[in-house]
Design a protein around this ligand. Structure first.
Ligand code: HEM
Length: 417
């Protein structure tokens, strides 16, 4: 699975560079070759979702499944992973030109972004079918596998959002509420649901579930409570009070259960790479946001700000990306201890500064510092992140034979170490 993990890192590098370009563009203006801000933002976010998050998670799931189940990988996994990789990379140029808007190709006006998203969706269906085949009627379902079952259920639900959106557009349906509901069903459950629950599965696969054998570790209740939370991603005035009450309740219960996983994983921190330990702090911030949002007026107030960008990057950069880089590097990238420590420190520093800057942008009224300062800080903090990913990628593409001082970290060596 290493080649797919390396491809995922390459996707992260390209998408992070595009993110840095937008950040500097917001300070100094955009170059003519990247003038369509919305399209570049879509290219960034879709490559991050399809090429980085999903591809790295799938590579790690396929890596762990034979060990957890004692079964071989089904035939077809490499075809699926190759198709997922190619489709994910194609999303970048497809969105770069015009985002979701139609693009002129010869005589045809084609919605390239929607077409490539649909193709990506088909490769996820292939992943789900192969996963179901491999885990069908296991005599015992390990904790990690049960979490991946739940994550995939939320991925299916998120895909229903895409199908719903395509149907509404095809029928030219006038309901703004339904359009927004379908959009957020996809966007929010893809990140909070599929990514979030799959990550927990990867972490329990990494640490082993021995330490929590006789303890309550929520799986299906977590998945059920996460399902309605996408309503909180919509504009509050669009959501009827009964639905927002269900979403709030689901959200507060879900973050409580995520907090439980976080605390149990924190107890196992000696078995976890440094970046994963750091990611648990971002998970704690995510839990805190879920608690704060239940206070009256907070959701409505936050929806009128750009705090969504802070929320998303705490979740996707602080939590998701730190876990995935930590596990990918520990599994497949040999590095001298000092070099790894430097790269980890740069990543942690870059993420922290960027999150502070994104928060500062919205809290500017409280701290007497200009918006330009926070924008510049966010822009400069993206550079160490791009640099760290580039170095990890260079290292990953070198064969182990070229490595001078090798320290490969595995769960087993960490347990004994
Ligand atoms: C080097 C790290 C990153 C940088 C510099 C960066 C930069 C940005 C910027 C500048 C925006 C637009 C914000 C705005 O409109 O005000 C954005 C949006 C977004 N980013 Fe990132 N980002 C990074 C990492 C990530 C990661 C790791 C993910 C997901 C795995 C991600 C997913 C998104 C999403 C979903 C949006 C919202 C897109 C939209 O609303 O259309 N970003 N990012």
């Amino acid at each position: 699975m290493k080649p797919y993990a390396v491809a995922a890192l390459a996707a992260l590098l390209i998408a992070a560079a595009a993110g840095a370009l937008i950040r500097f563009g917001l300070v100094n203006g955009f170059p003519t070759w990247a003038a369509n801000y919305t399209a570049v933002r879509h290219a960034h976010s879709h490559l991050m979702y399809f090429g980085w998050g999903s591809l790295a998670i799938m590579a790690l799931i396929w890596h762990h499944l034979p060990i957890l189940t004692g079964r071989p990988l089904p035939r077809g996994v490499h075809v699926q992973m190759t198709a997922t990789t190619v489709a994910a990379f194609l999303s970048f140029p497809a969105f770069w030109v015009n985002g979701y808007a139609p693009t002129q190709v010869g005589n045809l006006s084609l919605p390239l972004g929607s077409i490539i998203s649909g193709i990506n969706g088909l490769t996820w269906v292939a992943f789900i079918l192969l996963y179901t085949q491999m885990t069908w009627r296991l005599p015992r379902r390990p904790l990690a596998v049960r979490l991946w079952d739940g994550a995939i259920a939320l991925l299916v639900l998120a895909c229903v959002g895409v199908l719903g959106l395509m149907t509404l557009v095809a029928l030219d349906h006038p309901s703004f509420f339904l359009h927004q509901a379908a959009l957020h069903l996809f966007l929010d459950l893809y990140a909070v649901g599929w990514f979030g629950v799959a990550l927990l599965g990867l972490l329990w696969a990494w640490t082993g579930e021995d330490a929590v054998r006789n303890r309550q570790v929520p799986v299906m209740p977590l998945v059920i409570c996460l399902a309605p939370t996408f309503f909180l991603g919509m504009a509050p005035m669009l959501v009827p009070p009964a639905l927002s009450a269900v979403a709030m309740l689901g959200n507060v219960l879900a973050v409580g259960m995520l907090g439980r996983h976080g605390l149990l994983l924190w107890e196992q921190r000696r078995r976890l790479p440094l970046l994963v330990r750091f990611s648990l702090l971002a998970l704690a911030v995510h839990v805190l946001i879920g608690v704060v949002i239940i206070f009256p007026g907070v959701w409505t107030w936050a929806a009128g700000t750009q705090l969504r960008v802070f929320f998303l990057h705490n979740l996707l950069l602080g939590w998701l990306s730190s876990v995935l880089i930590g596990l990918t590097a520990a599994q497949w990238i040999s590095l001298a201890t000092a070099a790894r420590q430097i790269l980890d420190a740069l990543w942690i520093g870059g993420v922290c500064v960027m999150l502070v800057a994104l928060l500062g942008l919205e809290m500017g009224g409280i701290v007497p510092v200009s918006s330009r300062f926070w924008l510049e800080l966010a822009a400069w903090s993206s550079l160490p992140l791009v640099g760290v990913v580039l170095l990890q990628l260079v290292r990953a593409t070198r064969s182990d034979a070229d490595v001078d001082v090798v320290e490969t970290i595995t769960p087993a060596s960490m347990m004994t170490g």
